[in-house]
Design a protein around this ligand. Structure first.
Ligand code: THG
Length: 370
């Protein structure tokens, strides 16, 4: 189905919005109450650049929820089950957030900006409301706000030489999720080694929303010699890599263990945090379902399914596939989904019911590598 978006003040525009339009943006979605570019019309080229070259993505929709004040670190430790004992300014961490029932409500990257300031770079849910409610109810000394910060991702094997051209050789010192505040010419930015792909790369957080066109054209200009092009978080590569898309893959009752995020939660620390007791119980009982990959039989899919698809074994519902596509690399249709733990077995045969067709498929571990 193709429809056009109505543009209005109800949803926000990225600082790169005009640049993306000028460069041929074809489709957008909505994420964190913001227009989210999804393709510039040449999906094979966007995929190829990510795997073999370099591609630039407007990911301003990864909004920042900031809190500043004497209790900033205390608040962060209460919000996530990730152990933050060794938190260091300039080194980010992936921090699942849960509610009091242990249900996953977001999976941000935490950026320790200063001793008294933390940012959560969030996926698609209203975490600013959550954080300010928690902070105020505990009477913590912090102000919660959305800073003027908009990430531009540069991803792919040639992202590293390009970003080194732009910023200098020091970029090689950044560890994964490490970041540094700096300037690109006169544009204030944070450069971070991160990005929602497994092809490597960086994110340049623009710190002045009036300079979006400048930053876009700096990156585009310097990237010309690497044949850079515009794209978006890649629908196919993320399935191959098994990266979690919070709103796509999770439902109202998902917990972090189902998605392999248990390694980012420390139930043994003395620190109290939201969901700790519930997560202990869930952990003791064992997970009932699991996030898995699927290899799907039959002719290649032309376009992604619009809805979640039901998965059956012997006519019994056992879970859902949340996203599916043809992988050129694996020469197969693939999907990710959530399935009953009893069927989360490598090679398990299942039937997937898409809106207009049924396909046989096999369960496979993530990332999908064969
Ligand atoms: N960029 C920024 N913020 C974000 C995202 C982003 N916030 C929300 C969402 N995306 C966060 N989700 C992820 C999920 C996984 C990874 C990055 C962002 C990731 N994971 C590695 C992996 O799974 O191998 C490493 C995790 C680790 O070991 O710590 O890269 O894209 N600004």
């Amino acid at each position: 189905m193709t429809i056009s978006l109505s543009i209005g003040p109800q949803n926000r525009k990225s600082p790169f919005f005009n640049s993306t339009l000028r460069d041929g943006l074809k489709s957008a979605s909505i994420y964190n109450h913001m227009y989210f570019p999804t393709t510039f019309g040449d999906r094979p080229a966007e995929y190829d650049r990510l795997l073999n070259g370099v591609v630039m993505w407007d990911v301003s929709i990864e909004r920042q929820v900031a809190f500043r004040g004497t209790d900033a670190v205390k608040l962060a430790r209460y919000l996530t089950g990730r152990n933050l004992d060794d938190l260091q300014t300039g080194q980010g961490k992936y921090v699942p957030l849960c509610d009091y029932h242990g249900r996953l409500i977001n999976d941000p990257i935490l950026l320790p900006i200063a001793k008294d300031e933390i940012w959560l770079s969030i996926a698609d849910s209203d975490i600013k409301l959550w954080v300010s409610a928690v902070a105020d109810s505990l009477k913590y000394q912090v102000v919660v706000f959305e800073p003027d910060a908009s990430p531009l991702a540069v991803q792919g094997p040639l992202a590293t030489p390009l970003v080194a051209d732009l910023f200098g050789q020091w970029i090689h010192d950044l560890k994964f999720f490490g970041f540094r505040e700096t300037k690109l010419r006169d544009i204030p930015v944070i450069l971070a080694k991160s990005g929602w792909s497994k092809q490597g790369g960086y994110e340049i957080y623009l710190l002045d929303e009036n300079l979006g066109e400048n930053l876009w054209s700096e990156v585009k200009g310097a990237g010309a010699k690497y044949n850079i092009g515009p794209g978006a978080p890649n629908y196919i590569e993320r399935l191959e890599s098994g990266l979690l898309s919070f709103r796509t893959d999770c439902d109202e009752t998902s917990n972090p263990f189902e998605f392999g995020l248990g390694r980012f939660i420390d139930l043994d620390q003395d620190q109290e945090f939201i969901g700790k007791a519930a997560l202990r119980k869930i952990g003791e009982a064992g997970v009932k379902r699991k996030f898995i990959g699927l290899r799907i039989d039959g002719p290649r899919f032309d376009s992604p399914p619009e809805d979640r698809s039901s998965i059956y074994v012997n006519d019994v519902y056992v879970g859902y596939a949340s996203a599916a596509a043809y992988s050129p690399r694996l020469k197969s249709n693939i999907a990710v989904g959530v399935i009953d733990i009893r069927h989360a077995i490598d090679g398990e045969a299942v039937l997937i019911e898409f809106s207009d067709l049924k396909r046989t498929a096999r369960v496979t571990p993530l990332p999908i590598s064969r």
